[in-house]
Every structure is written in structure tokens, then in C-alpha cells.
Design a protein around this ligand. Structure first.
Ligand code: LLP
Length: 427
């Protein structure tokens, strides 16, 4: 299925864009609950789908994926707190399942360091840890003697939609270097920790050809670790189509590859192995829409700019990575001429505050239906790494978030107020 082109859009998940904007104000993040459910169900073949909540960690979204049987990853104390507030329990129940698979950890802390508060939190709550640096082993052992851990291994290669989202190879700080496994296993044994799982995540927004290479690398490391392994994780990185003409990836082929890897390891170790996948973007990107209002239209020489009330404080991906997001217009009136090439920017006092930019910061243009002040411009596929990367730059409040389910919008995070912006400060 190929996706989206720049167009007119009057509704999001059955709710009127105009009504949403007028009721809740703009800029506004709107999520389509049914789309998130559909994306969870696409991955039903995997034993465990673990949502990388960094992509979209609103409590209502976490609760929604929890109801779909999806568990979570947490990279900070704050994300652990979110998972608990959304109804996840800190650790697995001990009962063994008829399928012979080990219990699922509802929350896993995956990081390259423990800051002091996250070490306190995992120790106090009994949260499972996926170690991305070997120093974490002794730090955890001191607080939780005899814990089971997972190792996040950097296989020596990686790939992402941008160099900034490539998390493998020498250019990445992430994971335990693959050649250090024997040494790390000695350290774990010395510290009295058992290595029960192996995880690799080589990057975000890559393609399946690159992701597929991970299965072979993981299998080699799994054999080095040996029979203590009961879980392997393929990590995240599943792509979604952002640009016109891009397609959804072949998920069943990808699962088959990983399932075969898992089965070979099961045969070798003579016990069951749980197979996890850890998507962030895949579950929420397409479900998210950033609704903005057109506030000014101007010509700078030959170039036309449409300026909206959201900026890179609201959606940072274009300025950070040159990311492409489809856009559509909810016009105030039906009178529309042919599409025209425009640059779309925001309110910030910074030239980089442009949504239509290429990697390297070059201002690009987009063919959009002719916009007028008061129209609403919807920036699409904004549900992953959208709100969660928003900031208060230029003392702008964080936007509100809405979940639309069955055509009904519900406010799931209130817009920040001016008071929120100065809370905790003193003169
Ligand atoms: N697992 C680990 C250990 C990760 O570090 C990440 C993403 C994921 C899973 C989920 O990756 P996904 O399935 O979403 O590709 N801000 C960037 C993406 C940064 C990804 C960081 N780690 C962006 O807007 O594209």
C-alpha cells in the first residue's frame, strides 16, 4: 500500500479537524487510537511486542498499547514512572506458562548508563535491566545481587534514516561491543549475575535489508553466551512510509527470518526462547497528526512562505534530521486554486524553524493547496518522536494531546499554561 500525498483533509480518525482545533486550540497533537491498535496487531506473530515508549509516551497511548498486550521499554526513571502510571506492573509474575516460554518482563530498563535515580528505581521496583555498558553489571550487582540481565550488544554495524539515528558500529556509543562478549560474561559471572537475554538495536528508521543482517550477528553472539539465554530481541527500527511512493515493509518475511534464528537457537540449547521485537515508530508514527493554524503568508523574493503556529519546539524532526512529513490543509472555505510550491515554517526566532527542509538545513518547498490565514495545516505521520521531543524553546508551552477513539476526541494531556513555563524559577 502506498501512502498519502499533500491534499485537503477535513477529518482525523472521524473527528473534524476544524472542531478539534477550535475546541482544544493549536498547535495540537492528535492520535488515532484505532491506527495504533492496528499497528500493534500487525506484529501479533512475535511472542512479545515491546513498545519503545520514547517514541510517544503519553499515558493514554501506553494504556492503549497495554490493552493490546504490548509491553514497554523504559530508558529513564521518568519512563518507568509513566509505565507504572499506565497500569504496567514492575516485574513478571513467576508462574510458568504452558508454552514453556520464560515470563515476560512488563517493563525493561534499556540504557547505556544508570544515572543514580534510575539505579535506585530499578533496584527498588525490581525492574529487569538490559545493559548497554559493561560497567552497569557491577553497579547493578551491588544493589540487586543475583539479578538476571539482558545484554544490549553493538554488532559492529548499524544503519538509520539519519547518521544521528544509527546506533551500531564504532560511530555509536550504544551497546556492548560485540568483541567484548567473553570479557563481559566473565564480569557478569564474577558479579553473580546471569545473562538471560540478548538484544540488538542497530538504528531507527532503517530498511529491512539492513535490519535482516542483525539476525545473523545476534545468532553468533547468542552462541557465545550459551544456554543461559531464554530471550532474544530484534530491537526496533521498523520503518514507516513517510514519503509519497514509499511502501510498508514486508513484516512477515522479517518475522520468518527471526523465527528461524530463534528455532536454531532453541535446537542448540534444547529449551524455548522468547522472541521479542521493540518498535517505537512503527506503532505510533502514522497515528499522529500535528494540527497547526496558518497565521501568516508572505513572499521573500520569489519564495512563498506559509507560517503556522507550530515550530521546531513542537516537532523537531525536520530541523534535526531534515525529515519529511506529509502535510495537508483543512481550509476555512472551499474555494481553492491549484496547488502551489511553498515553504512551511513556524513562529520561532531562528531561521531553521522550517518544516520543509532537506538534510543540511536547506529550505525546500512543498506543493500544497493554496493556504489562507485561518486555515489549519495538518502535519502528518507525527506520532513518533513528535510530542516527546517538543521543547519550551522561545518560552512556548508544550501543546495539548488528544486521543480520538470511535470518532470521539479526548484530551489526554492539557496544553501547558504560562504559569507552567516559569514554575520553579525565582528572580
Ligand atoms: N530500541 C532501542 C534500544 C532504541 O534506542 C530505539 C530508538 C528503539 C528501540 C525504537 O526505534 P524505532 O522502532 O522507533 O525506530 N528521534 C529519532 C529516533 C531516535 C530513536 C532512538 N532509539 C527520530 O525522530 O527519527
Amino acid at each position: 500500500m502506498t501512502a498519502h500525498h499533500e491534499a485537503i483533509r477535513h477529518t482525523i480518525a472521524g473527528a473534524s479537524v476544524r472542531h478539534l482545533a477550535e475546541t482544544f486550540g493549536t498547535p495540537l497533537y492528535v492520535y488515532d487510537a484505532e491506527m495504533i491498535r492496528r499497528r500493534c496487531r500487525d506484529l501479533a506473530a512475535w511472542d512479545t511486542v515491546r513498545f519503545a515508549q520514547k517514541a510517544c509516551s503519553n499515558l493514554a497511548v501506553l494504556n492503549l498499547v497495554r490493552q493490546e498486550g504490548v509491553v514497554v521499554d523504559a530508558v529513564s526513571t521518568g519512563e518507568i514512572q509513566r509505565a507504572l502510571a499506565a497500569g504496567y506492573t514492575p516485574h513478571a509474575s513467576r508462574e510458568s506458562k504452558a508454552d514453556g516460554l520464560p515470563p515476560v518482563h512488563p517493563i525493561v530498563y534499556t540504557a547505556d548508563i544508570f544515572d543514580r535515580d534510575s539505579l535506585d528505581a530499578v533496584a527498588r521496583l525490581g525492574i529487569h535491566v538490559n545493559c548497554g555498558s559493561s560497567d552497569m553489571i557491577e553497579q547493578l550487582a551491588e544493589r540487586v545481587p543475583g539479578a538476571n540481565i539482558t545484554l544490549r550488544v553493538n554488532p559492529g554495524f548499524g544503519h538509520g534514516h539519519s547518521q544521528k539515528t544509527n546506533t551500531g558500529g564504532e560511530g555509536s556509543k550504544h551497546g556492548i561491543w560485540h568483541e567484548e562478549i567473553p570479557e563481559v560474561l566473565r564480569r557478569a559471572e564474577w558479579a553473580g549475575l546471569a545473562v538471560s537475554g540478548l538484544h540488538m538495536h542497530i538504528g531507527s528508521g532503517t530498511d529491512l535489508a539492513h535490519l535482516a543482517e542483525v539476525a545473523g550477528a545476534l545468532e553468533r553472539v547468542a552462541i557465545e553466551i550459551g544456554r543461559s539465554l531464554t530471550m532474544i530481541s530484534a530491537g526496533g527500527g521498523l520503518p514507516v512510509p513517510y514519503k509519497p511512493g514509499e511502501e510498508h515493509a514486508d513484516l512477515s518475511g522479517y518475522f520468518t527470518l527471526w523465527d528461524a534464528t530463534r528455532k536454531r537457537l532453541e535446537d542448540r540449547f534444547s529449551h524455548r526462547i522468547r522472541l521479542e521485537i521493540e518498535p517505537g515508530r512503527y506503532l505510533t508514527a502514522e497515528a499522529g497528526f500535528l494540527v497547526t493554524e496558518v497565521r501568516a503568508i508572505k513572499h521573500q523574493g520569489s519564495r512563498k512562505y506559509v507560517l503556522v503556529d507550530a515550530g521546531f519546539n513542537t516537532l523537531a524532526r525536520p530541523v534535526l534530521y531534515g525529515s519529511y512529513h506529509p502535510m495537508s490543509l483543512a481550509p476555512a472555505t472551499d474555494m481553492r486554486a491549484e496547488p502551489e510550491e511553498v515553504a512551511v515554517g513556524g513562529p520561532l526566532c531562528e531561521s531553521g524553524d522550517i518544516f520543509t527542509q532537506a538534510d543540511g538545513g536547506f529550505v525546500a518547498t512543498r506543493a500544497l493547496p493554496r493556504a489562507a490565514v485561518g486555515d489549519f495545516l495538518v502535519i502528518e505521520i507525527a506520532g513518533a518522536y513528535g510530542f516527546v521531543m517538543a521543547s519550551n524553546y522561545n518560552s512556548k508551552p508544550l501543546p495539548a494531546e488528544i486521543l480520538v477513539d470511535g470518532g470521539q476526541p479526548r484530551l489526554v494531556r492539557a496544553r501547558q499554561t504560562p504559569d507552567d513555563l516559569i514554575r520553579g524559577e525565582t528572580v
